[in-house]
Design a protein around this ligand. Structure first.
Ligand code: UDP
Length: 318
C-alpha cells in the first residue's frame, strides 16, 4: 500500500481505532466511520488534532459514498457476545447490508478491501486447531447466530465481489484479541477478569472453566492485518495467537498480573459457547511471514495501565 486514502468502518471500536493509529503511523490519510452503537469516541480522542484523520458518525447499513478511496477496511460490527446478543438485528444488518455497501465502495473506486471476519465462522469447532479449510460447526438459529451467520454471509459477499467483480479482497479470521481500549463493560473474558481483579471482586468463570481460548495481543493482530492487506491473498487467513489456555488458566494469569487473590465464582455456561478455540496459523506464517510476538502474561501486563485508568474513571464518576 503506497500512501493513500483509507476508509475504516468501525473506527471507534477496539480494533478499528488501533487500525486507524497504525495506518496514520504509516503515512496514510484515514476516514473513520462508526455509528457509535458499541464504539467509543474516547478511543479516537487522541487524534483530534491529527489533520490526516477525519471521523464521520454514520450507519453503514445505509448506502454511502465518501468519494475516491484507495482502500476499505470493514471493521464495523458489535463484537462481544453480550453486545451482539443485545443488538441482534443490528448485528445481522451490519454484517449483510453494511458489508455489501462497503464492497460497493471498493468496486466503484477500484479500492483494495479487507474484511474483519472471525473465528466464530468455525462455531463450536470439531477440528482442532482450526484451519481455514474447515467449514465450521455453527448453530444457524442459536443466540450467537446473529453474529456468526452475519460474518459468514459477509465472507460469501466478499468472495463474490472478488469472483464476479474482480475486487482485490482480503479476509482475516480474527481470534480472541485483547489489549487497551477493550470496553471495560463489554462482558468479554479479559475485560471482565481484569476489571474484577483490579476491583478485588470475585472473578466470574462460566461453566467449569475448562473451555479454551487463544489470546492475541492487539498490536500483533494489527501487524498481521496490515501484512494481509498488502498481500495478493484472497482466501481467508487466520490471525491469532496459537498459545491455548483454559479459561481457568487465563483467570490465574490475570490474578498474577493484577496481584489479586480474588476468589473465583462459577456461573452457568452460555448456550453454544465454543468448547475450544485455537488458530492454525500456518497460512499466515507461510503467506505473510507473520507470527505473534506477545505472550499472554506480557500482553496482560501491557493492558494493566489502561484497565487501572478505567477503574479510576469509574471511581471518579461515583
Ligand atoms: N467467560 C467467562 N467469564 C466471563 C466472561 C467470559 O468464563 O466473565 C468465558 C466465556 O464463557 C467463553 C470465554 O470466556 O468461554 C471467552 O468469552 P468471550 O466473551 O471473551 O468471547 P468468545 O470467545 O466466547 O467470543
Amino acid at each position: 500500500m503506497a500512501e493513500s486514502l483509507v476508509l475504516v468502518t468501525g473506527a471507534a471500536g477496539f480494533l478499528g481505532s488501533h487500525l486507524c493509529d497504525a495506518l496514520l503511523a504509516k503515512g496514510h490519510q484515514v476516514v473513520g466511520v462508526d455509528n457509535l452503537s458499541t464504539g467509543n469516541l474516547e478511543n479516537l480522542a487522541h487524534l483530534k488534532n491529527e489533520s490526516r484523520f477525519i471521523f464521520e458518525q454514520r450507519d453503514i447499513t445505509q448506502p454511502f459514498d465518501i468519494g475516491k478511496v484507495d482502500y476499505v477496511f470493514n471493521f464495523a460490527s458489535p463484537a462481544s457476545p453480550v453486545d451482539y446478543i443485545r443488538l441482534g438485528i443490528e448485528t445481522l444488518l451490519v454484517g449483510s447490508a453494511g458489508t455489501l455497501n462497503t464492497l460497493e465502495i471498493a468496486k466503484k473506486h477500484s479500492a483494495g478491501y479487507l474484511h474483519a471476519s472471525t473465528s466464530e465462522c468455525y462455531g463450536d469447532p470439531l477440528v482442532h486447531p482450526q484451519v481455514e479449510s474447515y467449514w465450521g460447526n455453527v448453530n444457524p438459529i442459536g443466540p450467537r447466530s446473529v453474529y456468526d451467520e452475519a460474518k459468514r454471509f459477509s465472507e460469501a459477499a466478499v468472495a463474490a465481489y472478488q469472483r464476479y467483480h474482480g475486487v482485490n479482497t482480503h479476509l482475516v479470521r480474527i481470534f480472541n484479541t485483547y489489549g487497551p481500549r477493550l470496553q471495560p463493560r463489554d462482558g468479554r473474558l479479559i475485560s471482565n477478569l481484569m476489571m474484577q481483579a483490579l476491583r478485588r471482586e470475585p472473578l466470574t468463570i462460566y461453566g467449569d472453566g475448562s473451555q479454551t481460548r487463544s489470546f492475541c495481543y492487539c498490536s500483533d493482530l494489527i501487524d498481521g492485518i496490515l501484512l494481509l492487506a498488502k498481500s495478493d491473498e484472497h482466501n481467508p487467513v487466520n490471525i491469532g495467537n496459537p498459545e491455548e489456555f483454559t479459561i481457568l488458566e487465563c483467570a490465574q494469569e490475570v490474578q498474577a498480573v493484577a496481584g489479586s487473590r480474588s476468589e473465583i465464582v462459577y456461573k452457568p455456561l452460555p448456550q453454544d459457547d465454543p468448547m475450544r478455540r485455537r488458530p492454525d496459523i500456518t497460512r499466515a506464517r507461510d503467506l505473510l511471514g507473520w507470527s505473534p510476538k506477545v505472550g499472554l502474561r506480557e500482553g496482560l501486563e501491557r493492558s494493566m495501565e489502561y484497565f487501572t485508568a478505567c477503574i479510576e474513571n469509574e471511581n471518579a464518576r461515583v
